[in-house]
Design a protein around this ligand. Sequence first.
Ligand code: IVH
Length: 675
Amino acid sequence: MSAKKSAAAQRIVELRRAIDEANHRYYVLSRPTISDAEWDALLRELERLESEHPELVTADSPTQRVGAPVSGLKKVVRDVPMLSLENAFDEDEIRAWDEQLRNYLGNAATGIVYSAEPKFDGVSLEVTYEDGALTRASTRGDGTTGEDVTHNAKTIRALPLKLQGEAIPRLLEVRGEAIIAKREFRQLNDELVEAGEEPFANPRNLTSGTLKQLDPAQAKRRPMRMFCYGLGRTEGFEPTSQREVLDRLVEFGLPTPRDMTTFGDLDAMLAAYRDLHRRRNELPFEIDGMVIKVDSFSLRERLGTRSRSPRWALACKFPAQQATTTVEDILIQVGRTGTLTPVAALAPCQVGGVTVSRATLHNADQIAKLDVRVGDTVFIERAGDVIPRVVSVVKEKRPAGTRAFVMPDVCPTCKTAVVKAEDEVAVRCPNPCCPDRVLRQVELFVSRGGANIDGLGPKLVEQLVQRGLVTDLADLYRLNVEDVLDLERMGEKSAAKLIAGIAAAREVQLPRFLFGLGIVHVGETVAQALAERFESLAALRSATAEELMAEKGIGEEVARSVASWFAEPKNQDLLDRMEALGVRTSYEARRVARTSGPFVNKTVLFTGTLASQTRPEAEEKVKERGGRILKAVSKNLDLLIAGDEAGSKLKKAQELGLRVVDEAEFLQMLKESDA
Ligand code: IVH
């Protein structure tokens, strides 16, 4: 082997290990050490090396997660059917089930232990590992016959392509739930709405649709996760309890429900059920109950199964997050790209412990389909932590004299005639200067993922736009202290601080700048990929759709959207004006993920004012060095960095006994990290 090739081979091994490790930390341990951008950089480097040395590609390389599209989904017939669960809807039903089970078991029930896990609201999936390698994945289907979705399951970064650890079984069919987390669901739906397409009703539908995609590149754009909670056939692995199953699955590097607990007594279990129900909305993904299972496999065998569900498990469901209320008005919201979204203003009601007074109606087609009218009584549902949606109308309760809703033919904000593209369901306001559009655009640009302008929150942006001080992104950089002095709640000091914050944001990192432009389909990951490939705004501005598409991870739809945004004269003009006002983008390749240093794997929070740099700059430095920024003080915080005039956060951190450092020490830590 040539020296060059052997260096490449060594680096390839390192990169694969780093990527697998990062996936494991993120999805299985929930302790991410590197940012998404850094992960992408590692994968790109690996892709580059493997394309230079195709003979070094192996089936378990992370580059092999996205394979070729398939022409259809094949059937998979299984020997051990995937069963369903019996449901209980309240505590009485759970008690009754326990009693019945104890009667059935008689003496054998003495000392019975139950395990309890969240009931994930996703799609059940079986994944087969042969000699440790992921060889197949299939959906449940009717239990016996499912569909082969291996190509899509491989895009699930939580699932190792190769099992880790000792004593790897010859055969392991592991079962669990594929899900899409609330955050990703929300992002994807926002993108779909902005692109004028139909959003998904809930994360489960999105997951199901994703698993059925024929092209895994599409599935990769909708990041799924998985939680493994059971087994199909196994060879060389004979566990005797649920606890043992989950412990061993963790050793194999598989993601399992972290909230699993065992109970000897029913009252404690019911308390856990109530507690999980209370925490339901805080979890990053949807759950619809708690599953209790007899822990011991020998007891399970005694209990056996009915035709569709085992006697040894019970789904303790939570009440649906649904309610009925009345529609007081139908309002229209104008989004960043001009999309008009109808929203129902509701008589406030409680849904799953939260007061709801708005529900989205998506678009005119949806209103027509449901025939929602002002005055109607409607069923609403909360899903994926998004704005609730109207599910159906209770027609029997419709008052007399209501009228069908008609979408306005002018924008409610700027009165410009709306337009509708033939292939889209959405109606748009075409006026780029529409105050609502400008407002949403500026909000995105100054947000944390964008230019991250400190002190410029939504309230201030609203005032700036309403008063006509800001009509596009370039105007932001023209503001001076006098302009903002008479905004509400603005003193001389805060005005100066705001202007200084904007001035500091003249230098924006390219990926953040691109994300902040709000180009349809350009989320943070795509922005990072574009920055990495083109390295400068100038290069991107002159790229054709074909050149954009040549980049892995950028599909046709995205490439067209980006190219047409940059080709638009008014956008070119905007970029020219921003440049003339001194706005500069910078890009530094972040190739190597940090694996050591004082910030790696640490959660960090800044408070007070730093003298040497702005807070966004300092936060960026911590992130680049492997740290994660938290927004509030909690016991999960590893390090509070306190600048001048630190207040309540410092006090709280001290009370909790957390580690606090001052600016000098922070600068020292940066040096240490870079040493
Ligand atoms: S055990 C034989 N555990 O709920 C028992 N199922 O309503 C098989 N589900 O089809 C299932 N979370 O898709 C089990 N922790 C969990 C679960 C879970 C979600 C799903 C699963 C099943 C459905 C039944």
